[in-house]
Design a binder for this molecule. Structure first.
Ligand code: PYR
Length: 297
């Protein structure tokens, strides 16, 4: 149940181990993430907007995001963490956002301090709201939740607004204030290196998330490096979508050049593996005719 997943997520966060949350670009990829032994599933705003053919500038609605997050959460026993952008409105809207995400069955969400329209966290030219406004967003989320185990993570984008040492200091100060406002965890966006993760994590009593997005502001550190620096969750928001889209592009090029997909069939997920992930066999007891597929294909 969603409540059990939330409790398990809370408990795992206190284990001292770093939890790995790859981004699912659809429910089927969430199944794969679980099958491969990861700790949780991330639902990225960047992926969700890209999936709709849109830029990641806050165009998606609460209904779209919670709907997709719910479809993903219901096919996995892992906890799902969802990107709630700036909360889909003013602080007064944020309480409803939290409750809608609870209803969708997700385990937690992150809420950021960018102004609207937001930008991808690793782009330049971001602006953040005043601390008071960021705190009001977090308080509204905390007051609005009905399940105390639902994780409310505050993301701060301050680091990307000020280059140099000052930006890091501002990010740490803001992270502390957001934790004091009730955030259960902190997502410091656009950290430049491991020492910055370390500085944020050591300044806080709540878990810190590291965003290992490709083509971003920080190098791609290993799980071990991030864990040693004090991070307690790592997300790979767009990794699977980028891989799938890269493969799709190669397949289309192959079709164009060769006139057949034959050369890329070896890169494909087989029918047998797909059937395993969607659990064809599990439907046998309803009607034994459902599963007539012979493994090996
Ligand atoms: C995203 O993937 O959209 C994030 O906000 C990290």
């Amino acid at each position: 149940t969603p409540a059990a997943k939330r409790r398990a997520f809370r408990e795992a966060l206190t284990s001292g181990e770093i939890l790995r949350f790859p981004g699912a670009f659809n429910p089927l990829s969430a199944r794969l993430i679980e099958d491969k032994g990861f700790d949780g599933v991330y639902v990225s705003g960047a992926v969700l907007s890209a999936d709709l053919g849109l830029p990641d500038i806050g165009l998606t609605t609460l209904s779209e995001v919670s709907g997709r997050a719910g479809q993903i959460a219901r096919v996995t026993d892992l906890p799902t963490l969802v990107d709630a952008d700036t909360g889909f409105g003013e602080p007064m809207n944020v309480a409803r956002t939290v409750q809608t995400m609870e209803d969708a069955g997700v385990a937690g969400m992150h809420l950021e301090d960018q102004v609207n329209p937001k930008r991808c966290g690793h782009l330049d030219g971001k602006e953040v709201v005043e601390l008071g406004e960021a705190v009001r967003r977090v308080r509204a989320a905390v007051d609005g939740r009905r399940d105390p185990d639902f994780l409310i993570m505050a993301r701060t984008d301050v680091r990307g607004t000020e280059p140099g040492e000052r930006g890091l200091r501002l990010a740490i100060d803001r992270a502390k204030a957001l934790a004091d406002a009730g955030a259960d965890a902190i997502f410091p966006e656009a950290m430049r290196d491991l020492s910055e993760f370390e500085a944020v994590a050591s300044a806080l009593d709540v878990p810190v998330l590291a965003n290992m997005t490709e083509f971003g502001k920080s190098e791609l550190f290993t799980v071990q490096q991030l864990g040693d620096a004090g991070a307690r969750i790592v997300i790979y928001p767009v990794t699977l979508l980028r891989m799938a889209m890269g493969a799709a592009e190669r397949a289309l090029d192959t079709l164009t050049v060769d006139g057949t997909q034959d050369a890329v069939v070896g890169d494909m997920q087989t029918r047998a593996r797909l059937y395993e992930l969607v659990d064809y066999a599990g439907y046998n007891h309803f009607d034994s005719a459902v599963f007539t597929y012979e493994p090996g294909q």
